[in-house]
Write a protein that binds this ligand. Sequence first.
Ligand code: 3H9
Length: 701
Amino acid sequence: MSTVSLHKQGRIGVIAVDHPPVNAISQAVREGIITQINAANADDHIAAIVLIAKGRTFMAGADITEFGLPPKSPGFPQVIDALEQSPKPVIAAIHGTALGGGLELALACHFRIAHEGAKLGLPEVTLGIIPGAQGTQRLPRLVGLPLALDMIVSGKPITAQKAHQAGLVDGLVKGEADALPRAAIAYADKIISDGTAPRRLSQMEVAQNGSEADLLAKARADATKKMRGMLAPQKAIDALEAALTLPFEDGAAKERSILIACMASPQSKALQHAFFAERKAARLPKHAQNATPRPFNQIGIIGGGTMGCGIALACLGAGLYVTMIERDAEALKRARNSIHKSLDENLARGRIDKAAHTTQEALFSITTDMTALSKADIIIEAVFEKMEVKKSIFRDLDKVAKKGAILATNTSYLNVDDIASVTGRPADILGLHFFSPANIMKLLEVVEAKKTAPDVLATAMLLAKKIRKIAVIARVCHGFIGNRMLEGYLREAGLLMLEGAAPQQIDKAIRDFGYPMGPLQMIDMAGMDIGYMLRKQFPASRFDPNAYRVMNRLVEMDRKGQKTGAGIYRYEAGNRTPLPDSAVDKITEEEAQKAGITRRTISDEEIIDRCILSLVNEGARILEDRIAMRASDIDVTYLYGYGFPRWRGGPMFYASQRGLDKICDRIKQFGETVGTRWWTPAPLLQKLAQEGKTFTDFDAE
Ligand code: 3H9
């Protein structure tokens, strides 16, 4: 079967692209479309042409795997020309998603119809580039500047309905998806009988009313604020401005030169890495690849606190039955109210409709009777982070759960092998580490314990997909991937404070690096007492004696963070803005003196390197210990669980991009200035640096 075929249906030539899984516009697709357009135009029996795609979607964009490789002919401009210049009318018939280059090809066609379930968008900025197949020039000509700005700068797709209202598509096809080919033929037939001439968007002008300069300025300001640190959105606005001020050909040339510059940028490489890393993370390890997931539709959740309720909401949203267990009537009432309140809020904010609200209410039940879990397929324990409490629950579960049920713990630090060992079914046990709030946060660490069965792992990954989480597989160690690395990051923030950097300097430096918030703001938000209690559970020798001096004192003064109105920062009533506090400065100075530390001026560069390179160094150990399967999994963990800036690709990609030799040297430098206990390069890092390799090379091997 050829990648692009042409068949005739009456007077219509149907060009069908068939390039699974998403009909990405590879060289073969580009060549095929040109060949078949020429063939259709040369055929006297064909009066109009339909461009359609087979499989689950219309073309989802340029083939990203070709990026960075030498260009292969024919390029996009030739395909666009062939479509737009066709003397016979060309109609794009869209189902699934028309994204990026896919939508740009559709815009080069003379008319567009779409199935009602389709989505249309130009998501290039999410890959650090701009639409480069004249999308920035044609889209505003068709739908006007405001919507074009919205779609291109945000990168978010719009629904077929909205596209229809805006004139982006000329016809909307209702019913089953297989109605589209018939509707496309009917539409083309009508174009022929009406004698409608091809409509070429490049020959139109962008409608203008004098508000354009303001719109562009607002878009630039919004992008600076909402897409902090990202270059592509600003560049996309430049290209859209060209559509207003230049003739089509010149605007298209400007777009192309911006695209080429963006393609070469470190940001686009990082964002493309993030795209593929996210998809790679979903792949099971070899030993589980042939495992058949166990069927599931009933989820048990033990514990109705913030975490348990968040997990329940995520499961309800996916249409799963949830039975929640609470320990007494009062806790039960609180958890039930919390679930109903959240569902009501979702309804009020338009996140779900009335039917979904009713369904989700009906899917939920709560009781204090553990035996209600006897039918559950997957049971997730989400109680207090204490080993003895968890073990006791798993002993009970072992008695109650049906044979073959999967028993998961939502621990964020504790040893899952130890928890599994108290049951007679360790193969059915694994960790599912959700991040709070669990109904919102995308990351799920799936922790494979020593005895976890392959089909249990496969089931957990399927559950993650169903509840729309980005799952990363981790193995057992203290804190798994994410929190094990976080320890060093927070340690350095604590030490930097003691050594002389003000909290606001530390947080600003990390925000300027691209995080949404700095480490100390984060600690205040999460509550300092959590770390305080957790540290008490482990031997003091695993922590730096100075890192938590200030935080410990603050907790002991009942300054736990935002929730007590004061922590590392102070907060005014009803306001979450962190304000500097001289009382904390005083405590810090006292603690530095006790620790024998002479405070000094610290540069932002040192703050960034100490916080970020501590992540990288521990990440290298995690990789070496096989806690993570791939460096890119560590990146995904940090992008989705900890706010690491996506346009930097994740800590491991960032280090690779900077050069592992340079990273190693910097770590050794810190070893000389602040001590070697934490600042000795991980053996894997040293090895890769010596061999001139990157973490990406390590993944590829
Ligand atoms: C562009 O178009 C530039 C233009 O302006 C022209 C410049 C000249 N290329 O996501 P999934 C793979 S930039 C290559 O799991 P879903 C993906 O890696 C592009 N491969 O499926 C995965 O591979 P594997 C603008 C691609 O159903 C498999 O397909 N377009 C591409 O959850 C399945 O993908 C975009 O940014 C691609 N373009 O979601 C759209 N897309 O199985 C990017 C996917 O080996 N794509 N693959 O892991 C998407 O957003 C989603 O894939 C989509 C389907 C929503 C389409």
